[in-house]
Each structure stands twice: as C-alpha cells, then as structure tokens.
Design a protein around this ligand. Structure first.
Ligand code: NAP
Length: 457
C-alpha cells in the first residue's frame, strides 16, 4: 500500500517536471533547462515504476536499462547535429515498438477476458504504435538515404490507403465486441504497419520533419492509450503532452511554410516548380575581397543562416566572422527564420553549438523592420526563406510564406555553392537583383576566406 502511495507521488512529480520541461522548450533561452527538467521527470517516473509490487524479477529490467542507456549514450555522443532528424526518427520507432509490445503482452494476458474498455485502449495503443514504427522507419531510411528520398507513389495510392485504413478500423471495432479473436488482433497490427509504410513512402525526404513531428504525436497517443490500458497516470499525462505538442508543432511548421497539412501528407510538393517562369537577368558574382571591404565598413550587418550553413557545418566560422566584424565596431545581428534548415529550431541549435550569444539572434518579426537600415545582409546557405516571390508573386508555390526581407537592405551578399535551388525547387529572384552579389563556394570555405580578408581590410 505504501509503495503504491509513493509511486503515485513520484508520478505527480514526474508529470509536473514534464509540463515545466515542455514550457522551457518554448524558448531557446530556457530550452536547455527545459530538457534537464524533462530528463529529471523521466528519471523520477522510472524510479517510481521500479517500485511496483507486481515486478517479480529485476534481472531483465536491469539488462534492458544497461543496453538502452549504452545505445542512447553512444547515439547522443556520436550522432552529428546534421543527422539529428534521422536519429529522432529511429528513436521514435523504438518508442512506438515498446508501446506496441506492451499492448501485445497485455492482450496475451487478458485475451477473451478483456473488457471492451481495455480492448479499446489496447487497440489504440497497437494501432498508433504500429503506424508509428513503420512510418518512422521509412522516415529514417529516407533521411539516411537508404532509400530514395523522392515521393514513392503508385496509381490509386490514396484510395488504396483509405480502403486499408477503413478495413483496419473495421477489425478494431469487431475486436472491441469480441476481444478473443486472436488472429484478427495480429492481422490488425500487420495492416496498421502496412498503412504506416504506405502513408510515409509518398512523402518527400525534405518533408520528413513535419511527418516526424506527426509520428511523434502518434507515439505519444500510443503511450497515452497504454496508460489507460495499464491504469498508469504518468503514461496518460506524458503521452497526452507528447501527442498534442507533436501535433501542434506539425501545424506550426506547416503554417510557417504556408502549406496545409493535407498538402504535406498527400501533395507532390515542388510540382509547381517546373511551371515557374524563367527569371531574366544574370547573377552578379563578387569576390571575397569586395565583400570583405563592404562588411568591414558597414554600420549594421544582418546574417541570415539557412540549410546550407548546416550542411557546410559553418556555424563556428560564421561566429568568427561576426566577432571579427564586431571588433571593428560593426553591429552584427542574426536573423532566424522559423523554418530555416530542415527541422524546427535548426538554426538556434546550430548557432548555440557555436556559442553565438542568444542576444544576437532576432526572429523574423523583430528583424524585418530593421532591414531598411541594414547596410549589408549576408545570406549563408539560405534560399527559400529569403525569396521575395513568396511576398510579391501570388502564383508562386511558396506564396504567403513569411520571409526575411533581405532585399530591403542596401546590399545583399549570398554565399552558396552555385545555382542550386532551395527546398521548394523554385528559382529565387533575389539572386538576380542589382544590389545582390553572389559569393560562390562552400559556405565554410567562403566564410574562412572572409574572416581573413576582413582582418586585413
Ligand atoms: P533552402 O531553401 O533549402 O536553400 C538552401 C540553399 O543552401 C540551397 O539553395 C543551396 O544552394 C545552398 N547550399 C547547400 N549546401 C551548401 C553549402 N555547403 N555551402 C553553401 N551553400 C549551400 O534552405 P532555407 O532557406 O534554410 O529554407 C528551408 C526550407 O526547408 C524552406 O523551404 C522550408 O519550408 C523547408 N523545411 C523546413 C523545415 C524546418 O523545420 N526547418 C522542415 C521541412 C521543410 P547551392 O546548391 O547552390 O549551394
């Protein structure tokens, strides 16, 4: 009785820590603290659970803890920042596998004796779990380039998927009324797994962050369902927090890209790109020395990091350039677009890794009013997030997406390797404007040369 009381108190403390942890994650400044609180919550929840009176042996639990901690630590230490999306995908698959296995174990224990409430909870658990395992594995394979990243489709796919989903739900409903039908239980799991595969295969690799945050949400809902099945309060609370925060994040990401969830999940994104009219004019190439002089004698410089900065791993070098300019009295600000890069908060994480002070980071709404008073904007490996077509051309595939208005600054310098397009696959008129200079080359190499040239300017 006493241990039960202790467990419930531990769960309340853990749930409170999860809530405060999540709150901390809503701001880059408090995010690290938020992570620590959430991790502490998880520790309290695990310790509480280990006191459960139904545990007959600790041997396998300890083996699991050791193996899991070892794999988790190696992954955390070894996986590079750039590979974080696929790391998250594989972790999600494991989390969902755990929930599904618990569901199967509970089903094996209860079988035909399961009441309709518990069967409903178990059904949701294994359904969400299997869809998440399959979807996350495909997301992992696409991001890791183990399979083609482009959408894999076949004729009538959406209709097939709807039929498959409806049939699976039909089995689920039949199981609520006759839980003893063991074969149907496993058929349902298999079909949900197949549905998860077919749901994510037609989605392009670049849209995976949105898909994963949706999968995260499903994994959370699977855990919440596990909580109902096991009458475990911390699972219900943590699962619901995870489920809804994942869902809200997916919506926010779609909103920041000005795309609907349906478009991400079922639309062939980039299809409209081929219809875009060719842009007349030429891109004006500039040299490192020209740019160094412009930067060294500017009053205010705004740096706009994008996906290319992440692929070039140029976060440390950009900080060096900013510091070199600041030593000369130049005001340097970083403009952070909400969907720059390939995952939410990508630029914040990258720049924090390089110890760029948080006070130098400006969000889109803060920096745009300052662009007119900016002497030079330096766009580093960013493309779509500074594309003026999103603002000026209602027919553009990215029309309506908010942008960082670098074109309003006096001079724009763009660091990119060549004439490659951005994630949306469309051309960017910014690169053809008379006040834009193109500094071609890998972002890290160009920035290193710029640091030296500014020091000598
Ligand atoms: P972007 O539009 O994808 O453009 C990146 C640019 O970086 C490319 O044009 C490429 O041109 C250049 N580049 C690549 N490697 C480089 C290197 N090593 N050195 C220098 N330049 C390099 O990136 P973005 O402006 O950051 O926009 C993000 C896009 O991703 C948006 O369309 C957004 O909607 C989408 N998205 C974001 C998220 C998220 O959560 N952040 C999720 C899903 C989708 P070159 O090939 O010529 O070098």
């Amino acid at each position: 009785m006493e241990s039960k009381y202790f467990i419930e108190v531990a769960y309340i403390i853990a749930s409170t820590l999860f809530i405060f942890g999540l709150k901390g994650l809503s701001h880059p400044k408090s995010a690290r603290n938020g992570m620590n609180l959430a991790a502490m919550g998880m520790l309290v929840a695990v310790v509480g659970t280990l006191l459960h009176h139904e545990i007959v042996s600790y041997v396998w639990i300890i083996v699991g803890l050791l193996v899991g901690s070892l794999i988790g630590s190696v992954m955390a230490l070894k996986v590079s920042m750039n590979a974080l999306p696929q790391r998250q995908a594989i972790s999600l698959a494991f989390g969902a596998l755990a929930a599904t296995l618990v569901g199967v174990a509970e089903y094996m224990r209860g079988g035909a004796e399961l009441g309709s409430f518990k069967m409903t909870a178990l059904g949701f658990e294994v359904l969400f779990g299997s869809i998440t395992i399959a979807g996350s594995l495909i997301a992992f394979a696409k991001l890791q380039e183990l399979i083609r990243g482009t959408p894999l489709t076949f004729k009538g796919q959406n209709i097939f998927n709807i039929a498959l989903f409806t049939f699976t739900i039909g089995i689920f409903i039949s199981l609520i009324f006759s839980p003893g039908n063991e074969i149907m239980f496993y058929v349902m799991i298999g079909l949900a797994f197949l549905f998860g595969l077919l749901l994510v295969l037609p989605i392009g690799a670049a849209d995976m962050p949105v898909v994963m945050s949706l999968m995260n949400s499903y994994a959370g809902l699977a855990s919440a369902a596990t909580g109902f099945a096991l009458k475990n309060n911390v699972l219900i609370i943590a699962g619901t927090l995870d489920g809804f925060s994942g869902f809200i994040l997916s919506i926010l990401m779609c909103k920041a890209m000005n795309r609907s969830m349906t478009n991400v999940l079922f639309g062939a994104f980039g299809g409209a790109a081929e219809e875009q009219q060719a842009i007349e004019g030429v891109q004006r190439e500039v040299t490192v020395d020209d740019v160094a002089v412009q930067l060294a004698y500017a009053r205010q410089v705004v740096i706009v990091p994008g996906y290319g900065l992440a692929t070039a791993q140029a976060q440390h070098t950009v900080r060096e350039l900013a510091e070199t300019l600041e030593h000369r009295g130049v005001i340097v600000k970083y403009a952070i677009h909400p969907v720059a890069g390939r995952m939410p908060g990508h630029m914040n994480v990258l720049l924090a890794e390089a110890n760029v002070p948080y006070s130098s980071l400006y969000e889109l709404e803060q920096i745009n009013p300052e662009m007119g008073a900016t002497d030079v904007s330096v766009v580093i490996g960013a493309n779509d997030v500074v594309n003026p077509d999103a603002r000026d051309n209602p027919k553009s595939p990215i029309a309506g997406m908010p942008i960082i208005e670098v074109d309003k600054s006096k001079q724009v310098i763009v660091l990119k390797r060549g004439k490659g397009r951005g994630f949306s696959g469309i051309e960017n008129p910014l690169f053809f404007k008379p006040n834009t200079g193109m500094l071609y080359g890998d972002a890290k190499a160009s920035l290193s040369k710029l640091v030296q040239a500014v020091q000598q300017a």
